[in-house]
Write a protein that binds this ligand. Structure first.
Ligand code: TGC
Ligand code: FAD
Length: 392
């Protein structure tokens, strides 16, 4: 990839809404991405390989458990700082942000919120430092948008639980030491179990042939009579609301992350439009290209303000799940549209790995599908405003 020349757009002076701590956290993440992610990410994406060497750096910038209290190894930051870290990481690559989202919001969050003190002390510091990586198993081959229909199950065998079933499309699965697995007990109630690599009957085959999120490792989780110690059950919340509660935190991070991907595409296209000469002038001088660029910065600015407000609501404990759905849906759609338009501004060069745009564009096809599809989030908004449930 060409040198990372990224300059963040800030058309409405959103920086003035941030504290000094927010800016420090954001700038440290931005510098780290420029130094450690941008130079290597295209090559890893081309090879469909996760760059494991960045795990330590992700931990150092606070990307593993940004809002988890420091007593458990987290960074103890607020929701705006958490969002800004996700924005900067996804500016580099959505797959790298995925790794951080899963570790923080889908693995550390449930252990922190639904686990007991022993579980918190055993797992959270190792996850925060990146010594252990985690994954989150909710989706199954026959239950994606409808996770409540899951068939993965466990039986109480007296001194342990016996876990059977399969999960698919699981980020980090191929290398994770720890899996948070959602399964039904004999009464059909959903619980979270902490499953560790090495437990007999537990395997994690890698998913190949992806054209999207190629620098993120995806796999299956297979449970064939896995004996899970009883102390590995998350005791403090059960039912579908437990995994969905984790998704709220991850979806919020994605709303910020998508802004990062969009900013990178916009910034690249803006620079290119001023340098590329056709018909004797820079293509940025043509009205059609200006329309594209002007609409991009308008949409990025709207998303920045929406998401900053959502972060403040989360800091005050007032954000609803439906508000998070609106931001995730809007921002990912905004980013995917900008990536497509930006790619066109670069003409043929836009399809090459010399620039980041095509990689962002392909990555965002996963982002618009995982953590609740574009359609599912619209129906969540529909339910919230009408009180009428389209799912049932
Ligand atoms: P429904 O009857 O509406 O709800 C069941 C129970 O859950 C509660 N609830 C929530 N709780 C917390 N947070 C939320 N966002 C919640 N949404 C619902 C609800 O109050 C209820 O509680 P209770 O006490 O009454 O039982 O459930 P439903 O079966 O009708 O489904 C609703 C639906 C479709 C919105 C939901 O299932 C859904 O969101 N589906 C999408 C599935 C999804 O997002 N999967 C993501 C898998 S993980 C992933 O993709 C990781 S990608 C890697 C990365 O992040 O980088
Ligand atoms: P389906 O649910 O089969 O949906 C197919 C289509 O039908 C979609 O367009 C959907 O919007 C539409 N549809 C479904 N229901 C309705 C409805 N009621 N009304 C209208 N339209 C509807 N899952 C995890 O648990 N952990 C992970 O770490 C994880 N990582 C992932 C990484 C990648 C790269 C990908 C691609 C997925 C990942 N997922 C993960 C799974 C992801 O959450 C699911 O793919 C997603 O929830 C959609 O499920 P599905 O693919 O089965 O699609």
């Amino acid at each position: 990839m060409s040198k990372d020349l990224f300059q963040a757009p800030d058309y409405y002076l959103v920086d003035e809404l941030l504290t000094e701590e927010h800016k420090l956290v954001r700038d440290a993440s931005r510098e780290w991405v420029k130094r450690e992610v941008s130079p290597i990410i295209e090559e890893y994406a081309q090879r469909a390989e996760f760059p494991e060497q960045i795990i330590g750096g992700l931990a150092e910038i606070g990307a593993f458990g940004p809002y988890i209290p420091e007593q458990y190894g987290g960074a103890g930051l607020d929701q705006i700082s958490y969002g800004l870290i996700m924005q900067e990481i996804e500016r580099g690559d959505s797959g790298v942000r995925s790794t951080a989202s899963v570790q923080s919001s889908l693995v550390m969050y449930p252990i922190w919120k639904y686990g007991n003190e022993e579980q918190r002390n055993k797992y959270l510091p190792k996850l925060a430092s990146g010594e252990w990586m985690g994954c989150f198993g909710l989706t199954e081959p026959d239950h994606g948008s409808n996770p409540g229909g899951m068939v993965t199950n466990f039986k109480d065998m007296g001194d342990h639980y016996l876990l059977n079933g399969a999960k698919m499309w699981i980020s980090n699965a191929p290398f994770a030491q720890v899996a948070i697995v959602w399964a039904k007990n004999e009464e059909g109630r959903i619980h979270g179990l902490i499953v560790e690599r090495g437990m007999e009957g537990f395997t994690t085959p890698e998913t190949h042939n992806k054209w999207s999120l190629r620098a993120s490792a995806t796999g299956e989780l297979i449970f064939d009579n896995v004996k899970v110690p009883k102390e590995n059950l998350l005791p403090n919340k059960s039912g579908l609301g437990a995994p969905l509660g984790c998704l709220d935190s991850a979806r919020y991070g994605i709303a910020w992350g998508a802004i990062g991907a969009a900013m990178d595409c916009y910034d690249t296209a803006l620079r290119y439009s001023k340098e590329r000469i056709q018909f004797g002038k820079p293509i940025g001088a043509f009205q059609l290209q200006q329309k594209k660029l002007a609409e991009m910065i308008t949409e990025i600015t709207k998303a920045q303000l929406l998401t900053w407000r959502l972060g403040m609501l989360r800091n005050e404990g007032k954000a609803t799940s439906a508000q998070i759905s609106m931001a995730k849906r809007n921002n990912v759609d905004m980013a995917i549209t900008i990536a497509r338009e930006a790619r066109q501004i670069l003409g043929g060069m836009g399809i090459t790995g010399e620039y980041s745009i095509m990689r962002h564009s392909m990555n965002l096809e996963s982002v618009i599908t995982y953590e609740g599809t574009h359609d599912i989030h619209l129906l969540i908004t529909g339910l919230d405003i009408t009180g009428l449930n389209a799912f049932k």
